[in-house]
Ligand binder design. Structure first.
Ligand code: PFF
Length: 443
């Protein structure tokens, strides 16, 4: 079976697909709103620390496990650790299912905004519009449309589907984000936005919820903790430089998140909409930014469309990787065809997304459970697995690498540092989730 497994056509195809997985709604929507909620630059700094200390080691662990086994997550874990590790693989697949179910609803909003803007422009009453499209039948329809596109790409396979989409879409996204950041810098009054973004509330660094959010966001944004990077790496050739790839993916991911902040904050402040930032919630970006675009006249419409197209593109390449985890696992487990697996798994996930499409509270809870708890827990067990259980992990990680000599600290990080940090983060996330569930029940 391994001989027939598809491979990327080359290094670029893999890199763009993996960067495509990492760069998504998490960078442009979740990052800005987390930064706004958690003390601006203090959050960004903690986020960088978490990426370096925890994200990069786990990223390399996923790459190592994926390429080493050449298998989808469940089978990769069983390959090196035996059946006892099957549940962890199942957790990965479940995380993919849960995250994609609500992620696709949000991505559906972005498609809807883009289409609406192209047809009728951005509404001044953005709050009402958001209320009208975020939940209910419209949200459900666009969620289904988005899922269908994702399924079509994944059923095309690695080269003709996933790689081709990344090759076309990622340059578009890079161009749009850079152009938007340059444009935002030319706006009168943008300085206040930068000042807000770069304000350093050092006290925030020591708050456990900021730490928790920074770690959770790093995992979400880098697509770690559920085997997405692992799955993509399972289609890699043995001569790929894994440490170099992990650094490329992490830098690109941070670059886009950081640049997205350089678009969002100047825009909002230049147009005097800063009160909205303080009240940052899940939907803020979808209300404040359209308001900004609407008040900018005809140029605002084009800028807005560019912004939302970037969101759609980022969302799609990430959704593809989420579905690929589930589909590759289904193919490996049952031997069924890719097309069939993609439509059946994608269809079930679309169904699971229905409650999120009907209620923002459910969506928020799914994000908390899937996007925070599952990924952190998955990352914790994965670091233990590669640090302690997988034989010859170091040899596998450094094969084909120019930087093998630099990996001496990697295993130590995976064994001792990463699990301790992630266990702490998991604990704070659990407390937070409990609070959220209580709130939902009470209210
Ligand atoms: N990294 C994606 C984003 O930032 O939007 C979301 C994501 C994709 C999370 C794939 C997890 C994953 F496995």
């Amino acid at each position: 079976m391994e001989q027939t497994r598809e491979h990327w056509s080359g290094r670029l195809g893999f890199t763009l697909a993996a960067v495509g997985s990492a760069v998504g709604l998490g960078n442009m929507w979740r990052f800005s709103y987390m930064a706004a909620e958690n003390g601006g630059a203090a959050f960004v700094m903690l986020y960088v620390v978490m990426t370096l200390l925890v994200g990069l080691p786990v990223m390399l662990a996923e790459l190592t496990l994926g390429r080493g086994s050449g298998k989808s997550p469940i089978q990769a874990l069983v390959h090196y650790g035996g059946n006892a590790w099957k549940p962890l693989g199942a957790l990965f697949v479940m995380a993919g299912v849960v995250i994609l179910a609500y992620y696709s609803v949000i991505a559906g909003w972005t498609v809807r905004y883009t289409v609406d803007a192209a047809l009728t422009g951005f509404p001044t009453e953005a709050g009402d519009r958001f209320g009208a499209i975020a939940s209910g039948i419209p949200a459900l329809c666009w969620h289904l449309v988005f899922m269908a596109v994702t399924i079509v790409v994944v059923s095309g396979g690695i080269r003709a589907g996933i790689e081709r989409a990344a090759l076309i879409l990622m340059p578009v996204l890079g161009f749009l984000v850079i152009a938007l950041a340059i444009y935002a810098a030319t706006l009168e009054g943008s300085g206040a936005g930068y000042a807000y973004y770069f304000q350093t509330d050092f006290a925030a660094i020591w708050q456990t919820d900021v730490l928790r959010d920074a770690a959770g966001q790093a995992f979400f944004s880098l697509s770690l903790g559920m085997g997405a990077i692992l799955t993509y790496a399972s289609y890699l050739d043995r001569n790929t430089d894994l440490p170099a790839e992990s650094v490329t993916i992490a830098i690109s991911d941070f670059g886009v998140a950081f640049l997205a902040g350089m678009v969002v904050f100047p825009l909002i402040f230049a147009l005097g909409l800063q009160e909205d930032v303080g009240a940052s919630t899940l939907g803020a970006l979808f209300i404040t930014l359209p308001k900004a675009f609407a008040s900018m006249g005809p140029a605002g419409n084009w800028i807005g469309i560019a912004f939302f197209v970037a969101l759609v593109v980022g969302g799609l390449t990430s959704a593809i990787s989420l579905l690929e985890v589930v589909v590759s696992s289904a193919i490996d487990a049952t031997g069924t065809s890719r097309g069939k697996a993609a439509w059946i798994c994608g269809g079930l996930i679309a169904l699971l997304g229905v409650p999120s499409a009907l209620s923002l509270d459910v969506l928020g809870l799914m994000d908390q459970i899937g996007g925070n708890l599952f990924l952190i827990f998955g990352g914790l067990l994965l670091s233990v697995f590669v640090g302690w259980v997988m034989p010859d992990a170091m040899d596998e990680a450094s094969e084909g690498s120019r930087f093998g000599g630099l990996l001496f600290g990697w295993k130590t990080l995976l064994r001792f540092v990463v699990p301790v940090i992630l266990a702490a983060v998991l604990w704070f996330s659990l407390l937070d989730t409990a609070e959220m569930v209580q709130g939902l029940i009470a209210g």
